[in-house]
Design a binder for this molecule. Structure first.
Ligand code: AMP
Length: 172
């Protein structure tokens, strides 16, 4: 089986000192690794109700769109403020210093629909937690959350309640 770890590159001190950035571009560039990654995502949500995949800007779009095609469902983008053209729902969340906001089209999910959230990486859980709130604001159900990478030395689970959340690769 392809070891996805082999295709993640650590970039120390990017984008600022003290951060080790997990660079996923080697994985994207390798057809076999990218395909194995999407297969592993699909396998990880077998049996999970999934009417659509929700991807978080921007690297969540890369994995989320491919997974949506593999599962035969639609894709819904969650974006940074001011990018979506139609009526949006908005959720603010706290960062270490300050706040950030995510938006989604209000009509993207019908009440009662089940979705799976996808992103490349979960660190503090702030972005994914705010995405859960967005989906619940419009009456959607978060059936699962999947990440390529989780940074398990950070308390991201605290921000996700009891949701089914896991990663293909964990770093502790
Ligand atoms: P958080 O809201 O803290 O869970 O951060 C998750 C978002 O920030 C994801 O969309 C990631 O793409 C990005 N991110 C956070 N930390 C890193 C890291 N060390 N390497 C790459 N991306 C990161």
């Amino acid at each position: 089986m392809t070891n996805l770890h082999d295709y993640i590159r650590d970039i120390p001190d990017f984008p600022k000192p003290g951060i080790v950035f997990k660079d996923i571009t080697p994985l994207l560039a390798h057809h076999g690794a990218f395909q194995a990654c999407i297969e592993q995502f699909a396998h990880s949500i077998e049996g999970v109700p999934c009417d659509a995949v929700v991807g978080i800007e921007s690297r969540g779009f890369l994995f989320g769109t491919a997974l949506a095609l593999a599962k035969g469902v639609g894709f819904i983008p969650v974006r940074k403020p001011g990018k979506l053209p139609h009526d949006v729902v908005r959720q603010e969340y706290t960062l270490e210093y300050g706040t950030d906001t995510v938006e989604m089209h209000r009509d993207a999910i019908a009440p009662g629909q089940s979705v799976v959230i996808i992103d490349d990486l979960i660190a503090t859980g702030g972005t994914a937690g705010a995405t859960v709130e967005l989906i619940e604001q419009v009456g959607g159900r978060v059936a699962a959350m999947r990440f390529l990478i989780s940074l398990d030395f950070l308390p991201w689970r605290d921000r996700l309640g009891d949701h089914d959340a896991s990663a293909l690769l964990t770093f502790s």
